[in-house]
Design a protein around this ligand. Sequence first.
Ligand SMILES: Nc1nc2c(ncn2[C@@H]2O[C@H](COP(=O)(O)OP(=O)(O)OP(=O)(O)O)[C@@H](O)[C@H]2O)c(=O)[nH]1
Ligand SMILES: [Mg+2]
Length: 216
Amino acid sequence: MLNAKDNNKQGTSLVGNSQADGNRSMLQFKVVYWGPGESGKTTNFIRLREKFSYIKLNKGYSIQTTDGRTLWQDSFFLSFNFTTKEKLYNVIVQIVTCTGQERFLSTREYVLDGADGIIFVGDSNPDKIEENKRSFRELISFAKSNRIPYVVQLNKRDVKNAVSINDFKKQLDLPAEEKYKDETLVVYPSIAVKGEGVMKCFEDLLVQILKHFFNR
Ligand SMILES: Nc1nc2c(ncn2[C@@H]2O[C@H](COP(=O)(O)OP(=O)(O)OP(=O)(O)O)[C@@H](O)[C@H]2O)c(=O)[nH]1
Ligand SMILES: [Mg+2]
């Protein structure tokens, strides 16, 4: 939930509302789920869409191959009110996932275009280490050069022999600490199939996007 705890922490308020109002300023952001093939990007997307059903603007769509892999992208929009410094904004967020399949690399560049924030979804399977590293390098080169906020999620924490969070951090060259100075996690553990960890990661990224926007 976009809840009171986060609101107080940031001195802001987020209230679900899909009614656009001509008197408010409108802001639009795009959040992209990025990561290696079959790490769980579409599963995150589906869980998020369920949890946000009360502020969803449209049903969204998924473009998949016949075996359920993302061919192009999944996409839906949500809308909520956001107050900061006593000014009210109507915020629209487009949430998209890109395909993890390397043969469709060119479509990923299109999906990333215009991104305001990125969630990297890593895979806990020990045989996915190299794919995690390769995909994360791609993301870093894009996000750093465009100064886009991103968060790192380590999904499939339920699998047998899951890589430890510390090893995953070493492989991706991430800080060993649990949290950054702003209290956000260096790695967000998740089990997207059960919906665990999906919301927290998304909300923390959203707060970073808003801070990045208002502090420019
Ligand atoms: N065990 C386990 N399986 C998961 C989890 N999240 C997703 N999966 C499974 O992983 C497979 C791939 O999930 P998707 O969400 O389609 O992965 P994706 O990253 O969108 O894949 P591409 O679009 O092909 O890149 C599916 O069979 C999911 O059910 C999880 O937390 N744990
Ligand atoms: Mg997918």
